[in-house]
Design a binder for this molecule. Structure first.
Ligand SMILES: [Zn+2]
Length: 296
């Protein structure tokens, strides 16, 4: 089940890939823990049986439930120390912030409290920022990849780049059509950072390992550009964010068939609107009790 990526680096492939690093004295370090207790137990079993040793630390890439939802279960079983990026650390500790943020900052609908949006809370022992970091005797580099989430980071260890969700594989892009984003402005920068990060193997959060992120960066970047251009086209005459979102869903064939899929794309549409306003491509004004967006 475990795939070796180097002498001290392995991965348990799954819905979310879980990294396993060999630290000093048989102490293991996980990179993310999966969606929930089931995913976490599977990773723990694989790490214990196929590598040997015990998990002493968790490196979280970002505060999306499918990546940190297993943290609490791992901590209960091992007492592992949790490392998480700044800002996202708040969501690990108060996971209701995630569904609340996509629901306009308010008490979210019960339909938005499912396991993909509302994870079990995780403790956070250390908040990490970009730069060198040593965990259980392993020297690694924390790579800033904000945009997909407010604080997302990647971890570079022994030439293996755990690049989280800065790039999504073609299969995921095909399924969701428009990927969730917190900030388009930051995400564009993160894509550039990811392509400039020297690595032997890149291990995205979803999908197979790749020799280089270049091709994935190109695909993800092209989709971003296409969505941005569509937003500007939709705002040829003054329009609302709601109409822009509906236009995007129709144009890209995104299946917003229930509350989670709809509300996840709402902040994504807003992320494009604020980016394009910042770039001088859209104008924002409040008039007649509505916010209007118009191409410049
Ligand atoms: Zn994510």
């Amino acid at each position: 089940m475990i795939v070796e990526l180097g002498p001290r680096v392995a991965v348990v492939p799954g819905g979310v890939n879980i990294g396993v690093l060999r630290g000093e004295g048989g102490r293991l370090v996980l990179v993310d823990t999966g969606l929930n207790e089931t995913a976490a137990k599977k990773a723990l079993k694989a790490a214990r049986e196929e590598i040997g040793g015990e998990v002493a630390a968790i490196l979280t890439t970002h505060a999306h439930a499918d990546h940190f939802g297993g943290n609490a279960a791992v901590v209960r079983r091992t007492g592992a120390r949790v490392y998480a990026p700044a800002f996202d650390d708040a969501i690990l500790r108060y996971p209701l912030l995630q569904p609340a943020s996509i629901y306009g900052g308010a008490d979210p609908l019960d339909a938005l409290r499912g396991r993909f949006l509302l994870a079990e809370a995780s403790p956070v022992d250390d908040v990490v920022g970009p730069g060198p970091l040593t965990v259980e005797g392993i020297d690694l580099e924390v790579i800033p990849l904000t945009g997909h989430s407010p604080g997302q980071v990647g971890y570079l260890v022994d030439g293996v780049f755990f690049c989280a969700d800065v790039v999504l594989p073609a299969a995921v892009l095909d399924k969701y059509k428009i990927p969730y984003l917190f900030s388009v402005t930051d995400h564009l920068r993160a894509l550039a950072v990811a392509s400039e990060t020297p690595c032997r193997v890149a291990m995205p959060g979803h999908g197979p390992a790749v020799d280089s992120v270049a091709e994935l960066v190109g695909q993800n970047r092209a989709l971003l550009d296409a969505v941005g251009e569509r937003v500007v086209a939709l705002a040829a005459a003054p329009t609302t964010a709601e109409a822009v979102l509906a236009g995007l869903l129709t144009h890209f064939g995104a299946a917003a068939v229930d509350a989670p899929s709809f509300y996840l794309l709402q902040p994504t549409a807003f992320a494009f609107l604020s980016h394009l306003e910042r770039e001088g491509r859209l104008r924002h004004e409040v008039r007649d009790g509505r916010a209007w967006w118009t191409a410049v």
